[in-house]
Design a protein around this ligand. Sequence first.
Ligand SMILES: C[S@@+](CC[C@H](N)C(=O)[O-])C[C@H]1O[C@@H](n2cnc3c(N)ncnc32)[C@H](O)[C@@H]1O
Length: 448
Amino acid sequence: MDELLFPLFVKLSGRDVLVVGGGAMASVRARQLAAAGARITVVAPEIREEVARLAVVARRRAFEPSDLDGAWLAVAAATPEVNRTVAAEAEARRILVNAVDDPAHATAYTAGVVRRGGATVAVSTGGKAPALAGLLREALEAVLPDDASTWVEVAERARAEWRREGVPMATRRPLLLERLGALYADGRGAAPSSPPAPGGFVSLVGAGPGDPGLLTRLGAERLAQADVVLYDALVDPAALRLAPRAHCFHVGKRAGRPSVSQRAIERLLVRAARRGQRVVRLKCGDPFVLGRGGEEVRALADAGVPFEVIPGVTSAIAAPALAGIPVTHRGLAAGFAVVSGHAEGTYGPLLDAIAPATLTVVVLMGVGARAGIAARLLARGWAPDTPAAIVLGASRGEAFTWTGPLAGLATAPLPEERAHLPGTLVVGAVAALAAARERPRAAAGDDR
Ligand SMILES: C[S@@+](CC[C@H](N)C(=O)[O-])C[C@H]1O[C@@H](n2cnc3c(N)ncnc32)[C@H](O)[C@@H]1O
């Protein structure tokens, strides 16, 4: 059975802490330690400038056991080999060690932390699943109010009062809930609308269909400068490597799965900017094509947060293109319509409004609804042999394209192991151009 960890908040202000390592991992911890007022000594053959700046002492050489002398805590943020040595030497000296990304060599673990005024909530998985701790932290961040500091003040005052008056413990909880409720009844508890801290800025960046090479240069530049990145489910994790300094949070929504709500995402963006952080909101494709980017921009504008929009390569054009389908082609289609296949109530009237074979129809979020979409088009008068295509995971290693007649779209066989990939439907004469391109490859057993 796993050992039960003892949760503890420690005062490190003015206390010596040793950080072994001078790279990205050390940088994250050094920032946290400096925020807690620790006196940092950093030891590593190579030390990043931002880490050295936060340290009181920077020793540019390999770790030596005597570096631990006088430390209250050690952080091992080097190679697993060095971390192991640090852990063994620290154990011998009874000094706790936090080993970044190396739980096996640690005796102290950090937590995902949410702070609101005087309230701190910490989430830990004992170093086993930091990404999960991050997700839980985000969820808490989304539900905790901005004015939790007022809650703490109210609770502190009430506690003093009840102690004076000898109010029994059992009745205090409902009384506290009543007091907190009263904050909102008379409007006093509403979150003050604080202006963004200097430097706080949000970039809404289009990540393209997947391959980070399809991200714009400006988007990549913003990622490199970011403190925080909030990214969608369809963003390729490889794109996050372009943001080495940032804390990256997954706030993606995938159909039918629990997710962070749109309003919560907007709140997170506003909060991070108000803390003075450079935030990238990384959205798949183009942020303004069926991506709810417009709502996020409106929330930022309403909150007075400065922002910019960096367009991306939309999958509506890129997914067909990467499968060899031009959405327009002289003599075949002089225009195209992009439709969401998310709900029949939305796509139905739109498809009905398009005269058969006049435009290329591109449907995003429509793979699951393709039977209904095909039926709707056939009922509208589209010919059953109209070329159609399904493009899964365009620009990714596992990309797959099916082409066939519209009448076969509903039952098109898709490989089960690629069912998790996002897919785009294309209906119209241009889809035959993919089939033409695919034929020689199909013979060679290539399914792209
Ligand atoms: C919520 S919409 C966002 C669209 C995005 N804003 C854009 O401009 O591409 C997500 C849909 O985009 C499409 N999509 C995204 N990435 C794709 C890819 N690599 N290949 C095929 N379709 C993709 C799928 O239809 C998916 O359901």
